[in-house]
Ligand binder design. Sequence first.
Ligand SMILES: CC(C)(COP(=O)(O)OP(=O)(O)OC[C@H]1O[C@@H](n2cnc3c(N)ncnc32)[C@H](O)[C@@H]1OP(=O)(O)O)[C@@H](O)C(=O)NCCC(=O)NCCS
Length: 207
Amino acid sequence: MGNRIVIRNERKEDERTVEELVRDSFWNVYRPGALEHYLIHVLRNDPLFVRELDLVMELDGRTAGQVMFMKAKVETDIGEDIPVLTMGPISVANDLKHRGLGRILLDDALLKASSLGYGAVLIEGNITFYGGSGFIYGRERDIRYKGLPEGADSSFFLLRELIPGYLEGKEGVYGPPEGYLIDEKDALEFDKGFPIREKLRLPGQLI
Ligand SMILES: CC(C)(COP(=O)(O)OP(=O)(O)OC[C@H]1O[C@@H](n2cnc3c(N)ncnc32)[C@H](O)[C@@H]1OP(=O)(O)O)[C@@H](O)C(=O)NCCC(=O)NCCS
């Protein structure tokens, strides 16, 4: 294997391959089965979708990973809307996980987002993976996660400033764009177009 990595924009002809990769990568990770392949299918047509940051990673010509971004906002307590990005899903092909590719893809995507002038990326995720790429807890910038009761664990809510200090002193609330709230029934219907795979209930799943 030559290990030649290319990170480029997703093309129309990649879409099915990427959906298969996302499905396999998320399968049985957070729930029995997965919904994320339907999610990306829907997000690509969302008005908040950022086409320039719809990225595919190739390893020696093979599709190895993907990441996408959406426009979002922080609503400050003084009524200001601050434009930000959110990111996800991000995934790496199952047989290529834990070799550093996810980190390479994430860091490259953040550089691209930064060069396009975006100020910050706010996400739900695990600090173990994202912390290594400069993400901090949302609470470190006085930003609350929409709908989360006071005192509840918010450690899933992370942010990364692309412009240093972009969210400093900006007390407010962030919530993911509505496009992420897909209908599970529609996702299950969409999944029928993919090869049958066993859904398993496994430890560590969220649902
Ligand atoms: C999460 C994912 C994209 C990471 O890609 P990867 O190529 O396996 O990750 P890397 O090998 O680059 O690992 C980067 C770091 O994150 C950590 N890490 C990897 N996967 C992790 C996971 N699922 N949870 C927490 N930490 C993780 C590794 O320990 C590694 O730490 P290090 O850089 O300090 O050694 C990949 O595992 C994946 O596709 N998972 C399924 C889909 C998913 O969960 N996406 C994220 C949704 S928030």
